[in-house]
Design a protein around this ligand. Structure first.
Ligand SMILES: Nc1ncnc2c1ncn2[C@@H]1O[C@H](COP(=O)(O)OP(=O)(O)OP(=O)(O)O)[C@@H](O)[C@H]1O
Ligand SMILES: O=P(O)(O)OC[C@H]1O[C@H](OP(=O)(O)OP(=O)(O)O)[C@H](O)[C@@H]1O
Length: 221
């Protein structure tokens, strides 16, 4: 079966922090498959009765699968959606996976104002977001792209600042870093391929409506 099989809905799920809750929410609106787990080595899991198949992708690749129509819909963090900048529809804020993108520095490098950091080096997994933020502040910076453990960079002198996600603040604290700017809050979003949204409108729209109802009922608890 190919991704363009009109009878199937292909749903992309990101491996990692958002996976379990995304699976639970989809199951809550009747979109499920047996054995759907990120511990499994299987990357495609189908439910032939419900005519749905799930694909499990690396987080940062998920918008690409949806943009190209290899998946009809997907669930992904707003941070990744902005960073990857793909041509997809954002259908719904699923209101989980709360975190925020911040700029942070080692305590001893704290300055009075953000412009005092001009021309320093910024380590980040999110170069587009970092670039855009400093540009909007009228500050020229050198952006260094890393793939994880960003907090290490200022400790070993690779960069003076970082732009990274903060949830509890524990990672910043334990590495003696302090926030110097809030950049962007993030939650998980439901996204759709533009063509799929038209061709499979009934199915995608009713799923999005059901998820919206679930989000609202969870918000009331
Ligand atoms: N504490 C947190 N740290 C990072 N992301 C978080 C956190 N809380 C929620 N999120 C959300 O979860 C998404 C996925 O995070 P996760 O750490 O699983 O992926 P990743 O680290 O970007 O992927 P990979 O490990 O493949 O590089 C993030 O894009 C963000 O939207
Ligand atoms: O505020 P906290 O609750 O401490 O969470 C924030 C940390 O979690 C994420 O890292 P992750 O675990 O995804 O590892 P990574 O940096 O290697 O991607 C993020 O990049 C921070 O390092």
């Amino acid at each position: 079966m190919t991704a363009v099989d009109m009878n199937y809905l292909t749903v992309a799920l990101p491996k990692g922090k958002l996976f379990d809750k995304a699976v639970r929410m989809l199951a809550g609106v009747g979109c499920a498959a047996e054995g759907l787990s990120q511990d499994s080595r299987k990357l495609v899991i189908s439910n032939d009765d419900a005519k749905v198949r799930f694909i499990i992708t690396k987080t940062s690749d998920l918008p690409t699968y949806v943009e190209y129509g290899a998946a009809d819909i997907g669930i992904i963090g707003k941070d990744v959606l902005i960073e990857e900048n793909k041509d997809v529809y954002e259908l719904l804020d699923l209101k989980f996976g709360y975190c925020r993108m911040v700029a942070a520095v080692p305590q001893e490098l704290m300055q009075d104002k953000i412009s005092d950091y001009a021309h320093m080096r910024v380590a980040t997994k999110y170069p587009r977001i970092a670039e855009r933020f400093f540009h909007s502040m009228g500050i020229q910076m050198e952006i260094i792209k890393l793939n994880g453990s960003i907090e290490l960079a200022p400790i070993v002198g690779l960069a003076e600042l970082i732009v990274d996600l903060v949830e509890t603040g524990r990672t910043l604290r334990e590495n003696n870093l302090v926030e110097v700017a809030q950049i962007q809050p993030s939650t998980a979003r439901l996204i759709a391929n533009r063509v799929s949204f038209k061709m499979k409108f009934e199915r995608i729209n009713s799923l999005a409506e059901a998820l919206k109802g679930l989000v609202e009922s969870e918000g009331e608890k």
